[in-house]
Structures are given as C-alpha cells and as structure tokens.
Design a protein around this ligand. Structure first.
Ligand SMILES: Cc1cc2nc3c(=O)[nH]c(=O)nc-3n(C[C@H](O)[C@H](O)[C@H](O)COP(=O)(O)OP(=O)(O)OC[C@H]3O[C@@H](n4cnc5c(N)ncnc54)[C@H](O)[C@@H]3O)c2cc1C
Length: 802
C-alpha cells in the first residue's frame, strides 16, 4: 500500500469515488481512496439509482444537471456501462400551491438551460398512462430524469479515477486521523499509516464516526428508507416502451419501471431515524428488516394513484439507511477550524448530486474556490452551536418534507427555539412572529390584535402583508427599532489590523471614527462578502456582515491569518438595536449625554446610552436616517428600556425582517446571497463603486477585478418596477426581453413605502437604461416591468445623510 499521497479520500461510495475522479480530472493524480470493505459498501449498493434535476436551490439544481450529464462522459472514458435509463419523469401537482412551485421551477429552468416543461392532465395520461388523474392539475416534465445502476456507476467513477492515476485500497479500514504540526495528516489504517497533505471525509453512513476521529461533529443523521419492486405487470411490459418516472408529492412517493414491473419508494411521515447513537462498524452489505407498518398509508395512497399496483405482487423490498443533513443538502467543503480537512458527506441523493459534489470539492481543493456559489451545500452553513439534539429532529422534518412544497417565506418548526437573544420574551409579548436564521430566532414581524401569529407559507403575498406595511410606515414617518443580533460581527485588533483589512477587503478601510462599506473578493474576483467596517481605534475595528455566513466568513479569515492581528467572531457577544426613521436622532439624543448633532452619516463613536457602554454608528440598511447601537448582550435589556421609553414620544414601533427587506428595496440595496454572492462580481453588481482602486494594498482579487473593469461586465444588476398582481418576485424568475430570456431576477418584493412591486435582476449591460420595458415571468404569468434607476425613496440621499 502507498504510504504517502497528496489526498486520502475516506470512503468508497458513489460520493468518494466521484471526488477521487474529479481530483484526477482537474489535475491531481497522486490521490488515494481508502475503503474499509468493497466499493459501494455503505448506502450506495442498495440505492434505487434514480436521478433528477429538481431542487429548490438553484445552484443545487444546476449541479444535479451537471451530475446527470456526466454519466455519458464516464461511460465514454471508461468503456463501462452506468446502466443508464434516460426515460424522463414527471412531478405531479394536485393543488394550486404545488402547481405554483412547479411553475416557479419551470421558470428558473429557462435561464439554467434545463428543458423542462409544464404538462396538462391530458399530456400526463399519454406520458404516464398508469396514473389516476383524479385531482391532478398538471405536472412538470423533465426529459433528464432517469435511473442507473448504482454499483456500475460507482465502479465507472473508480475506473476513471484509476485511469487518471488514482489508487484505490479496499478492505482497508481507517482507524485514526491525526494532524501533524505542519497541517498534514497521518491516516492510520488496518494496513498501515498513510501520510497525506489532505483528508476528505466521504464516509457516508459512517461520516459521523470518521469525523469524530478528527474531533469534528458532522451534522448528519441516517434515516431508514424503503422501496418496493413489484412482480411483472402486463400494463408495463406490454407498453412497448419504458415507463417514465412519476414523482407524486401528494403520496410522498417516487415510481419507475424496474424490469417488467415497477419500483416505488416512499418518504413516509412515520419515518424512523437509524443508528441514533452511531453507525455500527459491523454494519455492511446488509438490509434492514422489511417494515410495512410505517408505509401502510403511503401504499394505500399509491394504490389509488396507480391502480395497477394493487394487482401486482411484491417481488423485493429494499430497506436501508442513508444520511441527511438538517436541511437535506450535502455537507461539502473545508471544515471550519481544521486545516486540510474536507467534507464530502451528508449526500442524500448520491446519484443526482454526487457528480456536482465531486466537481465542487475538487475545484475548491485544487483551484482554491468553486465556479459557483456553493453556500447551499457548504459545510460552514452550520455553526458550532450545532448538536446531535438539533440535527435529529431537523433531519426527521426534512425527510417528512422531502416532497412538500417549499415556500419562499416558510419557517420550519422543528428544533426551535434553539438560540434566543435577551429580547425573546419581551418581543414575544409584543406579538413577535419568529423566523430562524443560523439557529437564531429573528422577528419577521409583529402581529397586532386579531392578526395571525403564524405566517401562512405562500408563493403569493402572505398574511404578513398588513403588519409589514404598518411597520414600514412607522419607520418612514417616525422611528422603528429592531435588533442587530442577526448581523455577523467580528472584532479585528492589533498593530497590523489596518494592513490586514487592506489586504482582505477590496474597499477603503475607514479613518478613525468612520465607517465604510466594502466588498470582499476571492482570488478570482468573485464576491464572497459585503462588509461594513468601523474604525473604533487605530488598532481596533468592528466588521459586520451576514449572520448566516459567519462560519463561512470566519473560515476565510482564519485561512488568511497574519501576525500582528487578532480576529474574533463576536457575532453573539455583541448585540444591540437599530433605530431608524426621521425621529431616530431625537430618540438617541434623548438617551445619551453625548452631543450627536454633529454625528455624520458613516460616523462611529463609543457612547454611553442610558447606563450602557455602546458603539454607535450612523448607518442603516433601511436607507433612512438611522443608528446601529451595539452593546454587550448582558446590557441589552437595559439598552432596550431606555430606547423604548424615549421612543414613545416619537411613536416608536418595533419592526421585523419582513419590513427591513421591504425598506431596503426602496433604495434598491442588494442583499447577501441574493444580489451579492460568489456567483457574481463587483462590476456586475455595482459594488465596484466601493473598491478602493487607488489604495496601495494588493488586496485579494485585485488583478481579477481590474481585468473585469478593463473589459466591462457582460451583465449588470438593475432594478425594476413590476406590474405584479398578488405575487412578487422572489428570486431566479426569468427576465424576458425582445421575446427571449435575457436575464433573471435576484430578489424582489413589495415596496410598501412606494406602493410598488420591485424586482432586482441581471440584464445585458448594453440594455441597462431607464425605462427599459421587460417582462418577468412570475408563477407562469408574464408581468410587464420597467427598469428604474431612480430610487423610490430619498433619491438624493438627503434623509439618510441629513
Ligand atoms: C433505499 C435507498 C434508496 C435510495 N435511492 C436513491 C436514488 O434513487 N437516487 C439517489 O440519488 N440516491 C438514492 N439513495 C441515497 C444514496 O444511496 C446515497 O445518497 C449515496 O449512496 C451516498 O453515498 P456516499 O458515498 O456518500 O456514502 P456511502 O455509500 O455510505 O459510502 C461510504 C463508504 O465509506 C466507507 N467507510 C466509512 N468509514 C470508513 C473507514 N473508517 N475506513 C474506510 N472506509 C470507510 C464505507 O464502507 C462506505 O463504502 C437511496 C438510499 C437508500 C437507503
């Protein structure tokens, strides 16, 4: 056995083999895979082998498209068969919400180059004749759907990797992973120790155990899952063609042809987590005992939807475990806090996603970054607050909701509340309707009187509309208050703090007492953060950015640590409030003995507010006159008391995230992971205006950003006023221009201040001009929209800066 290598991939399931193949494909040949048994010995061998592109996250859907297209390439390279059956598939809709979701997906697919189509019940009858169409409104047809041979495909990945120089060691169990002082790894196996620069955990069912060897908890959990293969069915084998896949979300089932019969699997409500306290090492090529009790209702439903099933006997039952992360997406990327340790686990649909996971991880390892935004599957989307006690109920919820409609405004209930600020009970008493972000409870809006305290999930304007309108009005006419607990916050200190910031951030590092806004770029010039920097002293800076991306950002900071600078993640150690609106100054001055009359827009000061030592900065995402007031969480309630009491004379109201997102639209402010993400660049989004081109520092991404500036971006972010009805843009709707799709939306919503539906999105640069008429496809309907360049509020900035 080789004892030194560049990379050891632990685990020879479909995911590990895909990672290995992609490493060789991108140029690393000194790579090795270690498998404790035979290849496919975890979940992989008993998978149903189905694949499809449908995924609520657009980047995940694109990676699924990549995975499916890869199989032909693999067959061509290796001469092996993946057992491909590209039979196409339909996803049924039996109610308007499900149909809305399919319409929204179809619209997204237009600019992703996926050729799905909406089909009518009559067309469904031709495509999938065994379907009982009672109550069916329509379906989404995807010609790429199909299935394959799980074992053949995994071996094809393995052969392609070997052809690229990789080594595979089977019957070789990894017992320990020990890091050396230089960041390299000793991988201790049954057959000896391998010294590697990098380790990839692709341990599938055992990923938790493999992670524990390096002291890491991976938030995933195995679930039991069952599918049934029937005896021969004449309607199937006499049809003269292979029956396509049918996904029936109402019955939580997927169905396809298997031989001369059918194969049907269920995501049942009475699901069962497996191996709660750890996956036994003794588990191998075996199945779980059949369990029809938990799928009785599902089978009954399936008999109604596909009556041929009732007459068919059961040939085989496959019941096995596979793993899920809390949100059902894979856990991929560099593990925060560990050097050279990579995750490729939590992949619940290895045959839809394995190729994309392998490609992204290989790009990350070899090129330093991925070609697209991987936030939906980044292992850093969970923080160190995560625990098995959180993961288990979330995984159960995710399994149960596998076929449910995912709504843009939906807040899932499992494992909540987990993390709360000192304001939780006070705001609950005031009617707060809570959402969750990175484990933290965040107010969406405040219900009053008989207003619902639960926001019904919807693709259309929700029942939060009235409350949001009220909160927006209160901010624009008086003063509103909300918490700043859900900002990611960092304290950067030390003699080299300024120099470090100058290298990490593309924008200007502010002078003492000032605040600046800056993009953070990857080496390839992609946006990996939009930060606010406050210079508290020459050796102390506060950074604020997205709360949900704090593990992602902090990982980047750690990777770029330097002597003479200390970077602390203080997201939960510093909290406070934002007050915004024309009366905000009056409220703050009533609470402090400091003179704030000369405090300019983008000033920052230490200040005592009431009894509390605070950092106050004059900036607000509401685009209004506003202040962010930061304090220690232990002081937060005292700060609240003084601000709230002073606010009463000015009609202060608390406001939530729904109002905040409406307010920012008035000024077309972008939001992280919608307008600003690693999929986009500063020039495309207009964030190039914050780049300090003249600064001396060679900031990360400078060369790429300069090259883009010289060439000019092909597309640009623009704002639109939309002639919408009861549904606003959510994100990724296609923008039609001259009868073709030439752009897509990044986000949108309703501007309660202006009384207009607003969208933001990309269109070709040479078409960006005020008044440009476009159409935006919202839930299958073409909506007229007009490009607008003048903000809907405070166009000259007088209020914000005044
Ligand atoms: C009943 C069922 C049906 C399914 N149907 C589908 C489907 O239709 N389509 C689809 O896309 N997905 C399906 N899946 C899911 C699919 O099986 C998984 O997504 C996929 O197999 C995950 O692959 P993996 O490589 O991550 O993990 P695994 O297949 O579990 O592989 C992990 C490997 O790591 C090895 N390993 C672990 N620890 C060590 C160690 N310490 N040393 C050495 N080796 C180690 C294991 O032996 C194992 O071979 C199904 C799953 C089940 C249970």
């Amino acid at each position: 056995m080789k004892t030194t290598t560049r990379v050891v991939v632990i685990g020879g399931g479909v995911v590990g083999c895909s990672v290995l193949y992609h490493l060789t494909k991108l140029g690393w040949s000194d790579v090795m895979l270690v498998e404790r048994s035979e290849l496919t010995s975890g979940s992989t061998w008993h998978a149903a082998g189905g694949f499809h592109t449908l995924n609520g996250d657009t980047n995940m859907a694109a990676l699924q498209g990549y995975t499916i297209r890869l199989y032909k390439e693999l067959e061509a390279i290796t001469g092996m068969s993946c057992g491909l059956h590209h039979v196409g598939g339909i996803t049924l809709a039996d109610n308007q919400d499900r149909f809305d979701m399919l319409l929204a997906e179809r619209a997204k697919h237009r600019f992703m180059g996926l050729e799905t189509e909406i089909v009518t019940p009559e067309e469904i009858a031709k495509i999938a004749p065994i379907t009982n169409l009672d109550g069916i409104i329509g379906a989404l047809y995807d010609p790429l759907d199909g299935h394959l041979d799980p074992s053949g495909t995994t071996h094809a990945y393995a052969k392609a990797a070997r052809m690229g120089g990789a080594t595979i060691e089977t019957h070789c169990m990894v017992r320990e992973t020990n890091q050396r002082a230089d960041g390299t790894w000793d991988v201790v196996t049954d057959k000896g120790t391998i010294h590697a620069e990098h380790v990839v955990n692709a341990g599938g069912l055992w990923a938790r155990e493999v992670g524990a060897m390096a002291g890491v908890y991976f938030p995933l959990h195995p679930m039991e899952h069952q599918y049934i293969v029937t005896d021969d069915i004449p309607e199937i084998y006499e049809a003269g063609r292979e029956h396509p896949h049918v996904m029936d979300p109402a019955g939580e089932s997927y169905l396809r042809q298997e031989g001369r019969g059918l194969c049907i699997g269920f995501y049942e409500q009475r699901c069962k987590p497996w191996a709660v306290d750890g996956t036994p090492w003794t588990f191998g090529h075996e199945l779980l005992p059949d369990n029809f009790d938990k799928i009785t209702e599902s089978i009954e439903f399936a008999y109604k939807r596909f009556p041929v099933l009732e007459r068919a006997g059961v040939k085989t039952v496959i019941h096995g475990p596979f793993t899920f992360a809390p949100d059902g997406n894979p856990l991929v990327g560099p593990v925060p806090g560990l050097r050279n340790y990579w995750s490729a686990c939590g992949v619940m649909a290895g045959f839809s996603q394995g190729g994309g996971v392998g490609l992204m991880l290989a790009q990350w390892m070899i090129e330093g970054e991925c070609e697209r935004d991987t936030m939906a599957m980044d292992v850093a989307r969970f923080g160190n607050w995560i625990s098995p006690g959180y993961t288990r109920p979330k995984v159960i919820e995710n399994y149960q909701k596998r076929f449910s409609v995912s709504y843009p405004n939906e807040e899932l209930p499992a494992a909540r509340p987990l993390r709360t600020s000192p304001m939780y009970d006070i705001f609950t008493g005031m009617g707060a309707v809570w959402g969750q972000q990175f484990g933290l409870e965040v107010v969406n809006y405040f219900a009053q009187g008989t207003e619902p305290t639960y926001e019904t999930p919807s693709f259309r304007r929700s029942d939060a509309f009235g409350a949001t309108a009220r909160e927006v009005k209160a901010v624009r006419e008086g003063v509103g208050i909300n918490e700043v607990h859900n900002f990611g916050k960092y304290r950067v200190t030390g003699p080299n703090a300024r120099a470090w910031l100058d290298r990490i951030m593309a924008g200007r590092v502010p002078d003492l007492g000032r605040v600046s806004l800056t993009p953070m770029l990857s080496a390839k010039g992609r946006l990996i953060g939009d930060f606010t920097i406050s210079c508290i002293s020459e050796t102390e800076f506060q950074l604020t950015a997205s709360y949900g991306s704090q593990a992602y950002h902090y990982r980047w900071f750690e990777q770029h640590e330097e002597n003479g600078v200390t970077i602390e993640n203080i997201s939960d150690k510093r909290t406070g409030f934002q007050i915004a609106g024309p009366k905000a100054r009056d409220v703050l001055s009533a609470c402090t003995r400091s003179d704030i009359s000369d405090m300019r827009f983008l000033d920052v000061r230490r200040m005592v507010v009431g009894m509390v030592n605070c950092i106050v900065q004059r900036v607000s995402y509401t685009a209004d006159l506003g202040y962010e007031i930061y304090c220690d969480p232990m002081d937060q309630r005292a700060l609240w008391s003084v601000l709230w009491e002073a606010g009463q004379a000015h009609g202060m109201v608390p406001f939530g995230m729904r109002a905040m997102m409406s307010l920012r639209l008035d000024k077309f402010f972008g939001s992280w992971l919608s307008e600003f993400s690693p999929d986009y660049t500063p020039a495309e989004t207009g964030l190039d205006r914050f780049i300090a081109w003249k600064k001396n520092a060679d900031f990360i991404g400078r060369a790429a950003a300069e090259a883009e500036r010289a060439k000019g971006p092909a597309r640009r972010l623009a704002a639109f006023v939309v002639d919408a009805d009861d549904a606003d843009v959510q994100g990724y709707e296609p923008i039609w221009l001259d009868g073709t799709v030439q752009g897509f939306c990044t986000s949108g919503g309703y501007s309660h201040h202006a009384g207009k539906s607003v969208a933001q999105g990309f269109v070709p640069t040479d078409r960006v001009q005020d008044g440009l008429a476009v159409e935006i496809e919202i839930l299958g309907q073409m909506r007229k929209a007009r490009l607008v360049t003048e903000p809907l509020f405070d166009a000259d900035g007088a209020r914000m800066r005044g």
